[in-house]
Design a protein around this ligand. Sequence first.
Ligand SMILES: Cc1ncc(COP(=O)(O)O)c(C=O)c1O
Length: 406
Amino acid sequence: MTTKDILETEAAHILQTYKRAPIVLSRGKGVHLFDDAGQEYTDLLSGIGVASLGHAHPGLAAAIADQAATLVHTSNLYFHPLQGQLAARLAELSGLPRAFFCNSGSEAVEACLKFARRYWHTKGDTARTEIVALEQSFHGRTLGALSTTWQPSYRTPFQPLVPGVTFVAAEADALTTAISATTQAVIVEPLQGEGGIRPLPPEVARALQQACDDTGALLIADEVQCGLGRTGRPFYFQALDLRPDLISVGKALGAGFPVGAALVGDRVAAAVAYGDHGSTYGGNLLACRAALVFLEELMDHGLLNHVRTVGAIAQERLRALADRHPAITDVRGAGVMWGIEVDAEAAEGSDAAAVAAAALDRRLLVNRTAGNVVRLLPPLTITADEFNAALDTLDASFDAVLGGAS
Ligand SMILES: Cc1ncc(COP(=O)(O)O)c(C=O)c1O
């Protein structure tokens, strides 16, 4: 099929929920992608934080092929050898002893919300139904997850949503006031992704934890985007000394294979019973095998340290980029998760979307989020040289859009 045929077939038959860039990607290797004409792109987005080991990782490819030739799926009606292993590894990393496996970040969030509700139901406190979420939050598009997602344009067409959710600014006083004895759970991304790469400030995290401790409200850390090594730590809640009762993970975990999980602490786990929740596909052999390969790379083969080293270099480069371009108002992030905020007042055509388009013209994949933030989420395996070369291209893209730098 020609590129034109592919675009036309999609236009006729794919539901129009996505606005895609007009390129057809058909092959990858490491941090590079290739279109159907064989042109090479540098991928600083990794399929929105998913291709954590880069593209066509040989160890992952071999493990998936081997598992596919052995056994792919059996359902959760029987045991298989890999799910417990994967749960044990995640428990080691998170400190939360139990896992429920699913297939995406939204499902992981749904599971956390359900288990939080179940906890208070088991305790007989059925009046405790309120959920506190943060402004600028993104927790997914399924109805429960969407109910805790802040962006009004995502929510409004789908009302009524799950009731009882209050959105609060990420400020210590606001959180302390909002979290009360009627709060079932508070859900936060320790480092917000879609909302513009915004780390929770340490003093806000302290107030949040204190309010949860004082009121007994459960704390859900949504680590779907920022977790599992992306910031140079297993989880970003660890940088903030938070003590979540539930953690949602997804994206990087399967390194491209769809897998998510709700990680569950002791007090909530004790309240959950047989039959409370389930998933046909969740935690099948193929998904677990892929996730085990990823965690081996991350924890046993030095990938976590690699992210820290490359992250420190990227941070310096990005700060220098911001110094050169007055229209860049902030650079935020950690490890290999960065947001470059462009002046919100910038004239149309010289904003973050224009920078992302200029980067695409130079065959560099980044994206725009939260209106005016250029987002970078490269594979965790990106080398310092690759990152530096990509940032040269990004610098040229900023020059092209915002005019020559100082
Ligand atoms: C923090 C966070 N939670 C949940 C989700 C939803 O994950 P998924 O798209 O895999 O359902 C996302 C997706 O971007 C996310 O960033």
